[in-house]
Design a protein around this ligand. Structure first.
Ligand SMILES: Cc1ncc(COP(=O)(O)O)c(C=O)c1O
Length: 387
């Protein structure tokens, strides 16, 4: 690797990771650095000291300011965003807000996250709409091109397609999807597009206004390393007024009344907003390291993991380096996934997901600021022993 590891090693001290663990699964559950954990506790303490003053007098302005900071990070206006607990909650809001008629089609790909597919399956059953799934090209012998990926989705558009739901970065395969081309193709056909993006904030540059999508859903506990329970829903102004909360409460506490779409989401019953208020601290932490430097460092670690794993498996890459960021998925020889994942944890202390997908056994390696080359070497050595 080109980079100077010693220069990065001190950043690992920002995290408190259990000593028995090599953590290579930030892609499933990100863990917050110490600064973020402390900021979260401070907010919680401030709330617990005087809840009435906090909720009634302070919270509206605090949330407004935190949302503004997130909007700046995502290159959009705070008017287009609401905080949500996670991407799943946001996706459920979109599903309940789109009015479908019998025979309308929702298009997903076969690389979408399983829970997202369940959300749309239920919504389609409820409205007698049709859930269609576009099969992305195979990856067992060589990575597909971006054009092939786009074509495999666009070729499934029909006159009844109302909405395309697609990951920005896929979960199992860690592919960065050709979002620009997909948004262009969908808008030409008058098809709405909802991007499922929990892996994007921080991992790749994100400019929501330029993306041109209708809806964008994300969790912030992953690559931004914000606390669990922080995420967002973005809605373009042309569709925002369609958005309805799944859970109705005051919207905003009386004597205020909701006026804009996002007001319905400020007060959804009494709940702890500390995770939302901590998001600016996570942004500041990542910006203090430098997002370009973070991306370059973690991408080069992911490339290193891809090369090292291939030396053990002899299998070809299923993604080219231009098509993944800080997280890479690699082909393994056939075998039982659960057993291998359990062995890597139980016998080697390595937390890394292994799964069956499209008839292949895959391993996904996530690299963050606390990841060291040494961790990848340990994984490679463990695979050499176990495969
Ligand atoms: C692509 C994708 N979408 C949605 C989700 C759901 O995220 P959350 O559980 O934070 O709501 C995940 C979680 O890993 C994911 O990978």
């Amino acid at each position: 690797m080109r980079q100077d590891h010693a220069a990065w090693r001190h950043l690992a001290a920002k995290w408190r990771i259990r000593g028995d663990t090599v953590y290579l699964n930030h892609g499933s559950f990100g863990l917050p650095p110490i600064d973020v954990q402390e900021a979260l506790h401070r907010w919680r303490h401030r709330l617990d000291e005087q809840p009435v003053d906090f909720f009634v007098r302070q919270l509206p302005e605090l949330l407004h300011s935190a949302r503004g900071r997130l909007a700046k990070f995502l290159n959009t206006s705070a008017d287009n965003l609401i905080f949500q607990e996670n991407a799943t909650e946001a996706m459920n809001v979109v599903a309940r807000s789109i009015e479908l008629e019998s025979g309308d089609e929702i298009l997903l790909t076969n690389h979408e996250y399983g829970a997202v597919e369940r959300v749309w399956d239920r919504e389609c059953r409820r409205s007698r709409a049709v859930l269609r799934v576009a099969e992305l090209p195979g990856f067992s012998t060589a990575p597909p091109s971006r054009e092939q990926i786009t074509e495999s989705i666009v070729s499934q558009f029909s006159d009844r397609t109302r909405l395309l739901v697609v990951s920005h970065i896929t979960s199992a395969t860690a592919w960065i999807m050709p979002i620009k081309d997909l948004v262009e193709a969908a808008s030409k056909r008058g098809i709405l597009i909802c991007i499922d993006g929990p892996h994007s904030p921080a991992q790749i540059p994100l400019n929501l206004d330029e993306t041109g999508c209708d809806f964008y859903t994300a969790s912030l506990h992953k690559w931004l390393s914000a606390p669990l329970g922080s995420g967002f829903l973005y809605a373009h102004p042309r569709v925002a007024e369609r958005i309805r909360p799944n859970r109705l409460s005051w919207g905003v506490l009386p004597p205020r009344t909701p006026t804009a779409w996002r007001d319905e989401f400020e007060w959804m019953g009494t709940r702890d907003p500390s995770a939302f208020l901590t998001v600016p601290t996570a942004i500041e932490m990542m910006e203090s390291v430098g997002l370009d430097a973070f991306r370059e460092r973690t991408h080069s670690l992911a490339c290193f993991a891809q090369q090292q794993i291939a030396t053990v498996t002899g299998r070809p890459p299923m993604t080219s380096p231009t098509n993944f960021g800080s997280m890479v998925t690699c082909l393994l020889p056939q075998g039982d996934s659960d057993t291998l994942q359990a062995t890597l944890w139980n016998d080697h202390g390595i937390e890394v997901p292994v799964w069956e997908f499209c008839g292949e056994r895959l391993i996904r390696v996530s690299c963050h600021l606390y990841t060291q080359e040494e961790h990848i070497r340990r994984l490679t050595e463990a695979l050499r022993q176990e495969l």
